[in-house]
Structures are given as C-alpha cells and as structure tokens.
Ligand binder design. Structure first.
Ligand code: ATP
Length: 140
C-alpha cells in the first residue's frame, strides 16, 4: 500500500470545529512533551497539555493555543479533541495579559491561601496565548 502524502487534520472543541483540512505536518503539545507528525506516522493516542500547536501546509505554519484533551494519530489523519483551541487571530491579548497578571499575583501569595496547581495552569494558559498571538503579529 502506498504511503500517505498528506494528513487530514481535524481540530474540534466541545463548542465547535476549528480546523478541517489537508496539511503536510503537525506539532502538538503532548502530556509527555511536544511531538511532530508527518504523513505515514505510526498510529497513537496522546493526551494533550496546555501549549502551542502548529500545522504546516507547504511553507506556511498556522499556530493555535491548545489546552488539554486528546489527539488520535493515524498514518493519514490527525484528530485533535481539545478542551480549548484558539487560533492566533482569535486571541484577546488584553484578556490574556490580565489573566497572566492575576496568576502572578496568586503565585506571590502565601502558599496556604493559594491553589498552586490552578495558578500554574492559569499562568501557562496566559503565556501560551500571548506567545501564539505574538506569532500572528510577526508573520504578516
Ligand atoms: P480568563 O481568566 O481570562 O477567563 P481562562 O484561562 O480562565 O481566562 P478558559 O477557562 O481557559 O479561560 O477559557 C474559557 C473560554 O474563554 C474559552 O472558550 C476560551 O477559548 C476563551 N478565552 C479565554 N481567554 C481568552 C483569550 N485571551 N482570548 C480569546 N479567548 C479566550
């Protein structure tokens, strides 16, 4: 059987379908670290953490902020079921800056008053959103 030459990428959140298209390469924030997928990849199921993902068509990469969920990889298909997936252009930078400031304030409180894991996740989400939004601004 011929090896696939492209990947059918689907990115879905509980609210909506974000992406449905043929792509050449995908990189995802897996729970055990970032991993890349090219056509012909070995099948796998991965859980996702908070981080940046990108997909490439030709020379062009599109970036999204991702938080939690799963990715199913097949040789000719990548399906991302994410709790949150935001394209760079949909990110509200002022909101992410405010969330980052709140998380910083929480982390600086005394440990007894603070849910550290919650503050850590809020901080990483905000930093990821700012990083992805900045990529949209520099790519023009
Ligand atoms: P905030 O503290 O600003 O509400 P959050 O990290 O608590 O942010 P989430 O629970 O991650 O928010 O997301 C709730 C919804 O709001 C999701 O649909 C998410 O896509 C959207 N959202 C959160 N922050 C932003 C942002 N900066 N830009 C665009 N959409 C956002």
């Amino acid at each position: 059987m011929a090896l696939p030459t492209a990947l059918a990428l689907e990115i879905v959140t509980p609210d909506r379908a974000i992406v449905s298209q043929q792509v050449d390469e995908v990189e995802l924030p897996g729970a055990d670290g970032y991993f890349g997928v090219l056509p012909g990849h070995t099948p796998l199921l991965a859980s996702l953490q908070v981080g940046e993902m990108w997909y490439r068509t030709g020379q062009e990469r599109q970036y999204l902020a991702i938080a939690f969920g799963f990715a199913e990889v097949l040789p000719d298909r990548v399906t991302v079921l994410a709790q949150i997936a935001e394209r760079a252009q949909d990110i509200d930078v002022a909101r992410a800056e405010a969330a980052k400031k709140r998380a910083e304030e929480r982390v600086s409180q005394t440990p007894a008053d603070m849910d550290f894991e919650r503050a850590r996740v809020a901080m990483i989400k905000a930093l990821t959103r700012l990083q992805v939004a900045a990529r949209a601004r520099t790519r023009a």
